[in-house]
Design a protein around this ligand. Structure first.
Ligand SMILES: Cc1cc2nc3c(=O)[nH]c(=O)nc-3n(C[C@H](O)[C@H](O)[C@H](O)COP(=O)(O)OP(=O)(O)OC[C@H]3O[C@@H](n4cnc5c(N)ncnc54)[C@H](O)[C@@H]3O)c2cc1C
Length: 367
């Protein structure tokens, strides 16, 4: 067996680390960039409620799989704002991590746990690699190969605009805005990276009605609102923009000896666009299959179900106006919010979809 891993991101590195832990050394990781995570800096979240019944994804990865991640902060407070409402949910809700070209990015942390060398600046295509390797792990962080191979259902695309701001932040408080004035049918957020630095982002689906939106105008509006809400003067020190980020799902997890992992598989959950945990897990499980510890398609089945639930919520969210968001945020206030987001044995996706159904936001408009 001679294995090529295409992509040194979360899924590719998780696969490599797991292969090594299981005594398989005959693999090569090919990375097209100059170094691991050589891209814009941003904050990303592990939200525990999305991974229920796993209560703590960071300790789960350490204890079960020997993959050690150091977040930049725990999420002890989640502040959600809509146009006229605000709620604060407290508890041990998850973790903030950093991505991109910083020493503490979680991909860099994973790279340091790998013994094998990575081949950087790789120009090899999948077709090239197939000639020299018996097994290929596709871990390129996008769906281009999956789509090219007719193995992918694209559900929608998302546009994101974000930046790093300097100011004064509570590193244990993460914030989200459900407000169509900034991110129509999507959401905006602030993730603190330290006491003086945060990542702010607007993300919205590329629906037909969003085609002619002025990205910069939405962004400026959001940035001003953040300054007002936080009563902070903030300075934008870096920015990024992503258009048409593909969200979808593979039909087959494995075709012949090619494994689709991470975003190549469809690890991103459509509701909030979270895919880190499932990307790492698909990497680990593809390695387990190669080590004879289980069948990849069966091991990752749980993520297929999460994807479906998450897509239902996304579709419901696309039908919500600012009054609906006010209603939702008001009803997430206090006790209900804590139950939904801090009671980690409950499946968050099921609960929220049930709330939406019970208040008629989902059912009535479907018919
Ligand atoms: C702005 C933004 C915010 C996000 N926020 C969150 C969040 O808060 N929480 C969350 O859980 N998820 C979030 N996600 C999603 C999460 O980042 C992804 O699901 C996850 O990183 C996917 O892991 P991966 O292994 O598939 O790809 P990546 O980690 O992106 O790695 C792919 C690697 O493959 C390399 N590569 C690409 N093409 C080739 C090639 N041809 N040959 C060799 N190498 C190649 C790339 O350079 C890269 O290093 C966010 C995504 C974005 C863009």
């Amino acid at each position: 067996m001679k294995i090529a891993i295409m992509g040194a991101g979360l899924s590719g590195l998780a696969c490599g680390i797991t292969l090594e832990k299981n005594g398989i050394e005959d693999f090569t990781i090919f990375e097209s960039r100059n170094e691991v995570d050589d891209r814009f800096v941003n904050g990303e979240i592990f939200l525990s409620a999305l991974n229920a019944p796993i209560e703590d994804s960071i300790s789960y990865l350490s204890e079960e799989f020997g993959i050690y991640l150091q977040p930049v902060g725990d999420i002890k407070k989640l502040i959600i704002r809509s146009e006229n409402e605000m709620t604060t949910i407290t508890g041990t809700l998850g973790f903030n991590v950093v991505r991109g070209r910083r020493g503490d990015s979680i991909s860099k942390q994973m790279e340091s746990q790998l013994h094998s060398k990575i081949v950087f600046n790789s120009k090899h295509t999948y077709e090239d690699l197939k000639k020299g390797y018996t097994h290929i792990i596709l871990a390129t962080g996008d769906a281009s190969y999956s789509e090219k191979m007719w193995n992918y259902n694209r559900d929608f695309t998302v546009s994101l605009k974000g930046g790093i701001v300097k100011g004064s932040f509570d590193r244990y408080a993460t914030m989200a805005w459900l407000n169509n004035n900034f991110a129509p049918k999507g959401y905006s957020y602030l993730i603190p990276l330290s006491e003086t630095e945060a990542n702010i982002v607007i993300a919205y689906p590329d629906l037909e009605e969003n085609t002619y939106l002025d990205f910069d105008m939405l962004w400026n509006r959001f940035f001003e609102a953040v300054k007002i809400d936080l009563k902070e003067k903030m300075e934008l020190v870096d920015s990024f923009e992503i258009t048409k980020y593909i969200i979808g799902h593979c039909k087959e997890a494995r075709i012949g000896n090619t494994f689709f992992t991470g975003n190549c598989y469809g690890a991103i959950m459509p509701f909030l666009g979270f895919g880190q945990f499932s990307s790492i897990m698909t990497g680990i499980y593809s390695a387990h299959d190669l080590c004879g510890k289980g069948k990849y398609d069966k091991l990752i089945r749980t993520f297929d179900k999460s994807y479906e639930n998450s897509l239902i919520l996304r579709r419901a969210m696309e039908k919500m106006d600012n009054n609906d968001f006010d209603f939702l945020v008001k009803h997430l206030n206090g006790h209900i919010g804590n139950i939904v987001l801090d009671f980690n044995n409950i499946n968050f996706l099921n609960i929220i979809s049930n709330i939406l159904k019970s208040v008629g936001l989902f059912n009535s408009r479907e018919s």
